[in-house]
Design a binder for this molecule. Sequence first.
Ligand code: SF4
Length: 540
Amino acid sequence: MVSIHLPLTAEGTEQSNGLWPLALDGRRHSINHKQYAIGHKRGVGEGDTSLPRHECGVFGVYAPEQDVARLTFFGLFALQHRGQESAGIAVANGEEICVHKQMGLVSQIFDERILFRLRGHIAIGHTRYSTTGSSVIRNAQPILLGNETCCLALAHNGNLINTVQLRTRLERLGMRFTATSDSEIIAHLVHRELAFGASVEEALAATVDKIVGAYSLVLLTERELIGVRDPYGLHPLCLGQLDQEGYVIASETCALNVVGAQFVREIEPGEVVIVDEDGWHSYRVTSSPCNAMCIFEFIYFARPDSYIFGKSLHLCRQHMGEQLAVEYPVEAEVVIPVPDTGIPAAIGYAKASRIPFSEGLIKSRYIHRTFIQPDQRQREMGVRLKLTPLREVLAGRRVVMVDDSIVRGTTTGQIVRLLRDAGAREVHVRICCPPIKYPCFYGIDMATRQELIASSKTVEEIREHIGADSLGYLSARGLAKAIGVSSRNFCWACFKGRYPIPIPRHLKIEKFALEKGGPIPSTGARARHAGTGTPSPPEC
Ligand code: SF4
């Protein structure tokens, strides 16, 4: 457990790298990250690395007179599907910013006692799946920075592609980093500008000018809640209004619903929304070259009860199934989903093909909520830990199995075997997207190109590899049609290899680029702050 109080008007306190890690009792202590890292391992069910992984969920609320920490807790709860490695909440009360973050699930991290201590009128929260930087407590968010002139907390969904260059330049300027994530770099860039006397607007403009990649951000200062979306709009971010006075910014609309906020609108690519005592206002911080929403938000990531571009994710996925039935019809007795994300598409396939829909695989819903790791024998059981076939539904039948995607092919092959072992006569696999051939650099943790089965195998070879009787991938055209939004609004890079934000050749971003780039400064590392004596910070 990490609880950090950050006095906004700290005096005479030794500072470490712009951070003020003070314990609740005011005694200075160094945070022993190790003790927190031990507890974290991916849950049993998450040992399956064959699925694309989420990149993070962010939530922020500005609501005087309300229990903002509690609202944020429930907001994060609704966004848990976007990241299960760590979570945190930062709260500002006008005098101090307090953050609590820990490895694990939202429900494991917060209790009444902790929420009671997080008092204030502005809060931000974060659920993390690591993209840049490993899964350890020092990379948990929100990130908190402060000195005698200003403080801020930041939570980030996405992935920068110029992380290493930025960090190198900042380190040359004397900055020390406690984490290995790109998010800490963004926080430092904003904080640095504020510390040199820039307004929030100026600080954000200078930061956005330097960072390249995917970012949906929520930040809080002592007075404002801020939302920022990258110029391409790779990941969603929306604004909602609470019934009583107050506003919410969240990754997905499902997090608005859970706290009783009404959807106001999506935050546009390249837009900043600032909420303060006068309400909210917004402006374009940078121009948007094109819209490039990650298509996987529609296929898999966002919750089915969320809306993006005004479209119900559940209905879009159902239409994907209908379209699959048109593109790849087959004679069969039953259509089953791979739970949970395959469910709406399987319903759609069944509806369009008039083949009965049924559950055929029962998912162990709580498997990911344990920190107990499977032993080697259990690991070899693979998907059996997570999915149980229903012999009554499958035995002797020709089965259509609908899933969202195939990444490495390992899991799909295991599931096909599971169905055959349960007596399925034929297994026809239908996938809601085209073959994934290229890796993602924008915050979705899929695999390297070599690991992507479709990068080196034809559809027929993949069918053979997974042991299916037939295999059908939804076409890109069919996918766009199912969503009902022009294909020009999306990033299709992992299918087509055309990246909307060019990936520098020399910069083959790796997940652990910063760890490999050099030694990580210890948490106890000291660095002099750049100071406030000069009118503007040196260029970085
Ligand atoms: S490359 Fe693929 S996973 Fe990454 S943002 Fe683009 S569509 Fe999404």
